[in-house]
Design a protein around this ligand. Sequence first.
Ligand code: HDE
Length: 702
Amino acid sequence: MAGESARDAKDEQLEAARVRDEDQALTTQQGVRVDHTDDSLSAGERGPTLMEDFHFREKLTHFDHERIPERVVHARGAGAYGEFRPYDSWLSDYTVAEFLTDPGIVTPVFVRFSTVAGSRGSADTVRDVRGFATKFYTRQGNYDLVGNNMPVFFIQDGIKFPDFVHSVKPEPHNEIPQAASAHDTLWDFVGLQPETIHMMMWLMSDRALPRSYRMMQGFGVHTFRLVDASGRGTFVKFHWKPLLGSHSLLWEETQKVAGADADFNRRDLWDTIEAGRYPEYELGVQLVPPEDEFKFDFDLLDATKLIPEEEVPVRPVGKMTLNRNPENFFAETEQVAFHTANVVPGIDFTNDPLLQARNFSYLDTQLIRLGGPNFAQIPINCPVAGVHNGQRDGYGQQRIHSGRAAYAKNSIDSGSPAPGEPGSYTHHAEKVEGAKIRKRSDSFKDHYSQATLFWNSMTGPEAEHVVAAFRFELGKVTDKAIRRRVVEELRHVDLDLAGRVAEGIGVPIPTEAAVPNHGRSSPALSQLTDPVESVATRKVAILVADGVDGAGTTRLADDLRRRGAVPEILAPADGRVMTVEGGDLEVDKALRTEASVLYDAVAVPCGPDSVAALSRSGYAMHFVTEAYKHLKAVAGFGAGLDLLRACGVEARIADSAGAEADVGVVTSTASGHDVPGDFFESFAAEVARHRRWDRDTAEVSA
Ligand code: HDE
């Protein structure tokens, strides 16, 4: 099977499973045509319903059984299909996994992004870790990389997972709060379990508030092992880097977005794929040869630690492109079953106790969620590699196995299927010995150095956000003793951090660090140190009303579109607006149905009547002021500048055309065909910057 044909095989499998209901007669599950489905069969018009109404009973019974248990964690998610292709074959020195080493092979993938704590119907933009799980349908079998958007985890040993999850989930007595970590039980757990503190730094950072699933990194978290043809193992950490860079929302935005569009991240993924603007991620690896296993000041088997990129660089392996939305959420995104133990030849585990626990848990969880042992036959889970073994029967069996011998060895069915054929999975022959004990290795005991490393690596605004997040979360904790315990933990991370948090939550401000700050940092941990700037896929609101400058507006929208951005024309009402030239312009959305928090930037074109109308609209005024306050790119030209001034940003507008203005505000006094090219250029550059952290918004009151 060639690389392209793995993709074709997956497409064929999915196609075979699709049901097209168009132009079909309504039937029962048995294929009997139904003449009437609005009234149940009854004895007389006003009489009792009859037991023999098989259509009614079948319809209701099926409905009663429509739901399956939601995932215990990661219940809320969104999925997409795509493909992965390695750039070249350099990794073949380390692994026999051909989908990572043969650039001729295109491997179909399905990715599911998720939040962790909330239930299936919860909002997308909550403060949380994001799941980033990828199923590679390789020719050698399915490989699942079930990662997160943060490179470390809360706990070191999987036996603590139920404790951790019970603490972060809504509290059991009243099931409050939904999809939020700001409550007593989580912080009680954190204060008593010091290994959580590094991950809590990540959770309190902007990483927990991604702007888009298309703009967040992914990490395999654990140290895995690559295995070459001779059986030699190499430690590996997997990384996904989004080509659009890693960008976040502001905390205030996330809360408003949760109301304005609870499906914000889901919708963003869906819409961009529908529009053909396919999300792309580069897979990279950090490799550690076996002889270097003990060279680090932490244990490679400890999932609360990362390998700083400055120590071991991330080397690019290939690119994943997500290019197709699922057809049916339940069949595909809800039923996809990831499992860390789905590995292919060339990829193996390490003794990381968190990973070992996951290798038990994911298989177990599918049995309850998907109702039996045949879930790998569900189309979304089905490998493209052939499946042949003696596993038979069970709930939901879809296959009709021929032959008499469902056992090995057999002589009756010619000994097939036979083990040990070339290309079989071979476990890395790691030597293991030791006494049976319940004891955490001493090499897992430094819980603070990397939390400090993370803190030291934050830029000014990022550090402020971390402090604000701790204050918010701990501010919601009702038990003061819990707050104090967490501050005590922070005293081990950094005294300044502990002090700033303590000050905001009414507990004594510590005066002495528990351990001195080691002063080391890792710039790669910051999202702002070396950001990828791109205008592609950024949503720009253009506010208009009757009398708008049609030429200028069209030029602006066309220019943004040409650069790959997504301009949308918002007006007081849907339909069309009249232009100053006497024509009309199509409106994309009514202002009242939208909010500035759903856009990356805002522009106000010329047109005195248009601007006068917008100035009378509280929605328009709030839209601009809020976007400005949220540090987004703001532009105005001609009379559009009056609206910006009315929104309180006038002091920051320069007088000359297209020239100097306050940070992130792009202005021109020109209109129509006279708006200079520089204006468009500068605005696009500002949108690409994502936000202007150096803007002073102290006087803004949105
Ligand atoms: Fe999971 N995790 N997990 N997890 N996890 C699940 O599997 C579990 C952990 C992650 O989109 C469950 O099918 C244990 C780390 C993702 O379907 C469950 C432990 C990381 C997803 C489970 C961990 C993850 C899950 C729930 C500690 C990042 C969503 C339903 C030993 C590397 C996959 C399911 C999807 C889902 C167990 C820790 C990521 C219950 C026991 C570390 C992305 O089996």
